[in-house]
Write a protein that binds this ligand. Structure first.
Ligand code: GDD
Ligand code: MG
Length: 340
């Protein structure tokens, strides 16, 4: 079984962290996101992974120079220009010579989906494509997918206005596709699978769906990028992981709770870090508070500063002494400026 993993987006909602790396190379509890995604696929029988690359492809090639990840071979398919989701799938599948039915996943989704169950139902129904679903409270940020009692998809509505979604079941971003789906995708231009290909298949009655009924999260926003890690640290998802890297230097008088703390991070005395993500080499000064926020590589949160409500501090960013920020985005400071 082969899988195409979509990892070519710009990750705009996670800027400035994604100014320097693709979203899927950001760590999830100290391991690149793509390794979590590939690891899950491999556990469910995928034996070759095709990375559909666009934005900053070198980050993946540099991280896996021997062309292997999670114990399986990788194929790097680099789009000449962003082709959108369907364009990327067609380009990658053709580039890698994929044959037979195959799996596609959005590379920013973490899930415990039972892929074998999806494949079995896909075959049983004779579907041309099967999409997996997840129930959410606010469907407006996702593709909304009403089905009939046999599981046939009745409509595919990408990001409907709030309050207008016909169901709370949304596209969870894992698909099983027959090769004929590739023939539906025009070459050489941007094509969205959500807005163009799936609606055409609905009209032809060949698109089916199945509720995954398991853990699922799209990590594409600061709040969800943090939540995905809290879920691994508090035992919501499997056995609780240890979040503090062995090379991090956390002062015994600091308080670090439900947070992922990367290599070489320094947390000063009296600092309090809760439900947050500190990338390698970040520094948290004495008495600073970091709550529900993300601090980039080598960034400096100076003593007494206070971050909350999904602040994102970019790599090398500086939060000055005693600053109070809520929901802010902090870019890298100009050369020569350091926190106090
Ligand atoms: N190669 C390539 N080229 N990859 C792309 C491109 C492109 O032009 N555009 C986006 N991607 C990748 C992203 O990197 C990401 O892994 C995946 O495709 C989905 O893009 P997002 O930008 O994260 O989409 P979304 O979260 O707004 O919506 C999608 O996911 C939801 C579930 O998480 C849609 O598929 C929704 O229908 C779905 O509900
Ligand atoms: Mg997404």
């Amino acid at each position: 079984m082969q899988a195409v993993v979509l990892v070519g987006g710009f990750g705009t909602r996670l800027r400035p962290l994604t100014n320097t790396r693709p979203k899927q190379m950001l760590p999830i509890v100290n391991r690149p996101m793509v390794e979590h995604v590939v690891g899950h696929l491999v556990r469910h029988g995928v034996s070759r992974v095709v990375l559909a690359l666009g934005y900053r492809p070198d980050a993946f090639v540099d991280a896996y120079p021997d062309g292997r990840c999670g114990g399986v071979p990788l194929h790097y398919a680099v789009e000449p220009e962003p082709l959108d989701t369907a364009g990327a799938i067609r380009f990658a599948a053709r580039d890698a010579g994929v044959e037979g039915r195959f799996v596609v996943v959005n590379g920013d989704v973490l899930t415990d989906l039972d892929l074998g169950r999806v494949l079995a139902l896909h075959d049983e129904r004779g579907a041309e494509a099967t999409i997996t679903l997840h129930r959410v409270t606010d469907p407006s940020r996702y593709g909304v997918v009403p089905t009939d009692t046999t599981g046939r998809v009745e409509a595919f509505v990408e990001k409907p206005p709030p309050g207008e979604a016909p169901t709370d079941l949304i596209n969870a971003g894992t698909y099983v596709l027959e090769p004929s789906v590739l023939d539906r995708i025009a070459g050489g231009r941007r094509v969205s699978i959500e807005r163009e290909v799936f609606p055409a298949m609905v009209a032809d009655h060949t698109l089916y769906a199945i509720d995954g009924e398991t853990y699922w999260i799209d990590t594409g926003t600061p709040a969800e990028y943090v939540q995905a890690q809290v879920d691994l640290l508090d035992g919501t998802r499997g056995c609780a992981l240890t979040g503090v890297h062995r090379t991090a230097d956390v002062d015994p008088r600091a308080d670090v709770e439900l947070s992922a703390v990367g290599a070489g991070v320094v947390v000063g005395p009296g600092a309090r870090v809760t439900r947050s993500v500190l990338l390698p080499g970040a520094t948290i000064g004495a008495g600073a508070v970091v709550d529900g926020s993300i601090v980039g590589e080598g960034a400096d949160v100076a003593r007494g500063a206070h971050l909350s409500e999904h602040c994102v501090v970019g790599d090398g960013g500086v939060v000055p002494r005693d600053a109070r920020l809520a929901g802010a985005r902090v870019e890298r400071a100009p050369e020569g400026v350091r926190g106090g």
